[in-house]
Design a protein around this ligand. Structure first.
Ligand code: FDA
Length: 306
């Protein structure tokens, strides 16, 4: 119930204004977001890389209906990639892109624009020797995102994508993408989805995650295990026992279980941290609150005590 309310609020412009205008929100937001600008993003990247973890950076923003805004997002990624290159980070830091931030929802030629814009980011990433992973948004975008992935991979075969275990279709999508050269970031899924397309019970989502993980780990691609769930991480370790340590990786979000991130990396595993930055943090932040009721209590407490 709380999750559904928070996820509905994540898409409400009026609640957005309210939350963003409250200066007291800031200290809580800082737990999950690296900072407002590219300087903060590059500085956080340096800190994370320093203890053996890897990074994927997300320039925050989503659902744009404005072509100029989509272009500005592309420019921000090009700037970020240039800065990562200058800092010598591109061997272990890549970028994650939401197609809705680069034009997928534009009223005219949305998919075409998103493909062209994503292509520009891929060209820049390829030029500095790093990779791009496409985030996955709500289920209405899955076919479009996987279609754009296919197009991008013709020229940039290293482009990866996120699949969400809560969707009933995802086990089949994993089979389709478990081929050599493919990179799949498997997560549980963070949006409010109808029963017709998504498992609703946490236990069913977890079972689906394991089925998907089995397919990916048995396949020839590069699985990216994106979860903070200790049980799923243990299962992933078991399923990867026949694999070399450089043929898959674990991934977690910035600000969530950082000690566990370091422990997994120190044990000789690849561990990548998803680092979001920028001032369009509202939707991302609300999804993090929705994932864990304790975060809401933490948020409310800080409003009262700050
Ligand atoms: P679960 O929610 O069961 O959490 C397990 C444990 O992790 C909790 O008990 C708690 O200890 C800790 N935890 C989890 N979330 C927390 C939070 N917000 N705050 C504090 N502690 C928390 N989703 C999506 O729909 N599209 C996408 O593209 C992505 N991309 C993505 C990339 C990466 C690298 C990660 C790790 C996750 C995503 N997600 C995502 C989010 C994902 O779908 C999911 O909502 C969260 O990862 C939470 O699910 P867990 O697997 O961690 O399990």
């Amino acid at each position: 119930m709380l999750r559904a309310t928070l996820l509905a609020a994540a898409r409400s412009e009026s609640i957005r204004g309210l939350v963003e205008r409250t200066p007291l929100t800031r200290p809580v937001v800082k737990r999950f977001i690296s900072g407002d600008d590219v300087d903060a993003a590059v500085a956080t990247t340096g800190e994370v890389l320093a203890d053996g973890r890897r990074v994927t950076l997300d320039h925050l923003g989503e659902d744009t209906r404005d072509a100029a805004q989509a272009t500005a997002t592309v420019d921000a990624y090009l700037d970020l990639l240039r800065r990562l290159d200058e800092a010598g980070h591109t061997d272990r830091a890549e970028v994650s892109v939401k197609l809705s931030a680069v034009g997928q929802f534009l009223p005219v030629d949305g998919e075409k624009t998103a493909l062209e814009n994503a292509r520009r980011i891929c060209e820049a990433a390829g030029a500095v020797g790093t990779t791009v992973t496409l985030d996955m948004e709500d289920h209405t975008t899955t076919d479009s995102t996987l279609g754009i992935l296919r197009e991008l991979r013709v020229d940039f075969p290293w482009v990866g994508a996120v699949l969400q275990a809560y969707l009933r279709r995802t086990e089949q999508d994993c089979r389709d993408l478990a081929h050599a050269g493919s990179r799949v970031r498997l997560c549980k899924g963070a949006y409010q989805e109808p029963e017709s397309v998504a498992f609703q019970d946490k236990a069913d989502v977890d079972l689906s995650y394991v089925r998907c993980l089995k397919v990916l780990m048995a396949g020839e691609g590069y699985p990216m295990v994106a979860s903070h769930d200790p049980r799923l991480i243990a299962i992933a370790h078991d399923l990867a026992s026949h694999r070399s340590a450089d043929s898959y990786e674990f991934q977690m979000l910035y600000g969530i279980r950082p000690d566990e991130q370091r422990r997994i990396a120190a044990a000789g595993n690849r561990m990548r941290v998803y680092v979001p930055y920028g001032d369009e943090w509202y939707g991302y932040f609300m999804r993090r609150l929705a994932e864990r009721p304790a975060n809401v209590a933490f948020f409310l407490r800080s409003l009262v005590t700050t």
